[in-house]
Design a protein. Sequence first.
Length: 202
Amino acid sequence: MRKAILKKFIQLLFLALALNTFIFYVVTSSMLLKKTRSNMMFALETADSLFDYSDDLQEQAGMLKKVADMNQSRFTIVKKDGTVEVDTEVSNAAAMENHMEREEVKEALQYGSGHSIRKSETLGIQMLYVARMSSNGEYIFRLASPYSGMQEYLIMLLPAVLLSFAIAFFASSMEAKDTLDRISPLFPGRPLRISPIRASPL
């Protein structure tokens, strides 16, 4: 019965650790998304403040292409009717499909800003799209950047998680054994049993 008690104790511990790891992953992912989105929105606000809307937008956006390429990002200017005016990854932006149904564009039109995560049809990788209405209210500025959330950090976190489980397993085994050694003398000649949990009648 000592083994049975120890097994139950370890199972509960591992369940608690697994739940704690899941909660940590969800909370950290949410914080990472919020921080990344905030940084991208700041970049759009900065670009908006620098643009001269009476001048050639294509030429002005061209100055951002080098910076965007360095960060594997793309910058897009969309008209309020969904027509693409400028895209740093496409030379003939006018030939691109209408962006009116893109989630981040719809949110920007309705709320002033928006975002979405999806696979890019042009680049073929998962991207985070952040959009905001321009200061003159005629365009939607959009910035897209590769985004995998916490997935890219899992490989780095895995050793730490496994080490935590190993330490917890060793410590719980020692603690459970010590506890059983202390309480066993209280029940001489009587094996320790684990009573099954039964639901009480309603």
